[in-house]
Design a protein. Structure first.
Length: 344
């Protein structure tokens, strides 16, 4: 895969990897879960040093290898994740830097924020070293830059990011067919993009999609979501790796909930969801009920097929049942590729 980068309209830089298959007009875009990066490598530690939910090569790397013969594949780190830029809360960051040293030039502060948006660590280091500050102030600035003040996660913003990425990578209409793969947060971003651009995508593949808004965001029922909601309710941001949620995230979910479900049901493309029965974040019972209703609606209205599979034990994002889930996903995606159809 070759490295690619996309500068968004707000100046933030997204970095990714592209495997370009010149023999195919299909492009598969894979969107990772919250807190991780584009290869979808999983959780390193759960309740101790065990790495039972961690794939060092990444689930999406495996999936890419399976599908590379039939399609081009794009993986990219979403904003505030991996190698991509930081989703900086500009006004608050400026105030925080000025509180450390009010004499720092405004142009220098703007350069630091621009470098954060591009995750340009060398430029940030150079800018800090050139400042006329005390050692104590330097330490405070470095600590602030290492953990910058960033905006609450906006899934709508990330869906707009996806729209910009697709527009930029397909400027010459190189790819006739777009296929989306999403895990957890990436699945939600994919769907939010789809309901605004329903004609651009030919298939949607989902791993533990973050579609059960009530038990996860609004009325949490499991330990993880309850803890997260308690932190947010205290006025803080909840951070898991680079996934940062706050009150604005919750408010966004509440505002889009009804419209999201109405438009999701009307999407007329093949959809395949794989859900783990032991998912600690997205309750399988809620997911099952949602997709049962979705399938019934599509069947009754003669829309594209909906496929739903549950895997046991199946934790969130399915890191404990990697190969059966990837095999099923590969078969589904391949069946919707134009190149695969031509070979039959």
């Amino acid at each position: 895969m070759k490295k690619v980068a996309f500068t968004l309209s707000d100046g933030l830089l997204l970095k990714g990897s592209l495997l370009d298959n010149e023999n195919s007009k299909d492009l598969i875009i894979m969107l990772h879960s919250g807190g991780y990066e584009r290869t979808e490598h999983g959780v390193k530690e759960i309740n101790g040093p065990e790495k039972i939910y961690y794939n060092p090569e990444g689930n999406y790397t495996y999936l890419s290898n399976y599908l590379a013969q039939d399609a081009s594949i794009l993986l990219f780190d979403q904003r505030n994740h991996g190698e991509s830029g930081k989703n900086v809360d500009v006004a608050t960051m400026i105030k925080a830097i000025k509180n450390i040293n009010s004499k720092i030039d405004d142009n220098v502060i703007n350069d630091i924020i621009t470098a954060l948006k591009r995750k340009d660590e060398l430029t940030i280091k150079r800018l800090l070293l050139n400042l006329n500050t005390s050692q104590e102030e330097q330490e405070k600035l470095q600590a602030l830059i290492a953990r910058p003040i960033i905006k609450d996660m906006s899934f709508l913003q990330m869906a707009q990011d996806l729209a910009e990425v697709i527009e930029k990578i397909n400027e010459n209409n190189r790819y006739k067919n777009i296929h989306l793969v999403g895990t957890c947060m990436g699945a939600l971003v994919s769907a939010l993009y789809l309901i605004n651009y329903p004609n651009d995508v030919k298939s949607l593949t989902l791993f533990s999609p973050l579609y059960t808004f009530d038990p996860v965001f609004l009325h949490p029922i499991n330990d993880f979501s309850i803890k997260k909601r308690e932190v947010i309710a205290s006025g803080k941001q909840y951070r898991m790796g680079n996934a940062v949620e706050g009150e604005k995230t919750i408010a966004e979910i509440a505002s889009i909930k009804d419209d999201f479900y109405k438009k999701l049901f009307k999407l007329n493309i093949p959809i395949f969801c794989i859900q783990g029965l032991s998912d600690a974040l997205v309750p399988a019972s809620y997911q099952n009920a949602l997709f049962a209703s979705l399938k019934k609606y599509h069947d009754q209205n003669n829309l594209s097929p909906i496929y739903y599979a549950e895997i046991s034990p199946g934790v969130h994002c399915l890191y404990d049942c990697l190969f059966p889930s990837l095999l099923e996903a590969t078969n589904f995606i391949a069946s919707n590729l134009e190149y695969s159809k031509l070979k039959k």
